[in-house]
Design a protein around this ligand. Structure first.
Ligand SMILES: C[S@@+](CC[C@H](N)C(=O)[O-])C[C@H]1O[C@@H](n2cnc3c(N)ncnc32)[C@H](O)[C@@H]1O
Length: 256
């Protein structure tokens, strides 16, 4: 389960060094462009699985963001970066906010849905929190149709206090018959006093077929508007830090 991963729990304060907010700028620009295509206009956006707020930091000047994540540690990181945004602890599979948004965004956190039942719940949650005619945008890193093993991608950064972090990532598929792949991470975390810890962690990440995505979107009541692929799974592979755009983008309009 994602809430048991150390990188999102006891190591969450390292997140802005492991995955620096600046690296989300290109993706955020792309997402803003997607919101701008909505016929009815997008102002209020719900971000499910907002993590350290790396995407939000680039969108908050243009959109009113409500940020939801399962991890208190990640919410704390995002509150520091995005104090003007509303933050709510919640599960993207079940949260119902009792109001609707012009758009619902589920960025890379949707990777932590590893069964069709969980993915269905997230899409239904997006529907329940989206106003009729509003937009839902899902950005999984992988889909089964184009998944390719990748070795040695990574990234990292440093802060003014002298801390540094870096990570490497290997992604492979233990069983192509199921809906998830496996990412092996190695995090190197260096304190300002030069103390270093190395943490290895294995994550399960969803890799559903495009057909599954389209079926679940339709079942929930979304009209699929676009499906789009970019980055490592679809071209020559290589770097997988967020500095290089990658993954898939599914957009749907909530039917009335
Ligand atoms: C890769 S991080 C997201 C990074 C984010 N895109 C950013 O801009 O910083 C994945 C996040 O998914 C969250 N997550 C995983 N499962 C979740 C769930 N069921 N509900 C809400 N958040 C979840 C984790 O707590 C973690 O913060």
């Amino acid at each position: 389960m994602a809430d048991e991963y150390r990188v999102y729990s006891d190591l969450a304060e390292w997140w802005p060094l492991i995955s620096p907010p600046a690296e989300y700028a290109d993706e955020a620009t792309h997402l803003a462009g997607v919101f701008d295509t909505a016929a009815t206009g997008v102002r209020e956006v719900l971000d499910l699985g907002s993590g350290g707020g790396g995407v939000a930091v680039h969108l908050k000047d243009r959109f009113a963001l409500t940020l939801v994540d399962l991890s208190d540690g990640m919410l704390a990181v995002s509150r520091t970066l995005n104090p003007e945004c509303e933050h709510i602890r919640g599960d993207m599979r079940t949260i119902r906010l009792g109001r609707t948004f012009d758009a619902v965004l589920v960025h890379d956190a949707v990777d932590y849905m590893t069964s069709e039942g969980d993915l269905r719940q997230v899409i239904e949650t997006a529907f329940a929190n989206c106003r009729p005619g509003g937009l839902a945008v899902f950005v999984p890193d992988h889909i089964a149709d184009t998944f390719r093993e990748s070795a040695g991608g990574g990234g990292g950064g440093s802060d003014a206090a002298g801390r540094q972090a870096s990570f490497r990532e290997w992604t492979w598929d233990p069983d192509p018959a199921d809906d998830w792949v496996q990412a092996e991470y190695e995090f190197v975390l260096r304190e300002a006093d030069a103390t270093v810890q190395v943490v290895r962690e294995t994550h399960r990440l969803g890799a559903f077929s495009r057909a599954t995505w389209l079926r679940l979107l339709a079942d929930a009541g979304f009209q699929t508007l676009t499906t789009e692929g970019f980055g490592e799974d679809t071209d020559s592979g290589g770097e997988s830090s967020r500095g290089v755009m990658r993954g898939y983008l599914f957009t749907g309009r909530r039917r009335r």
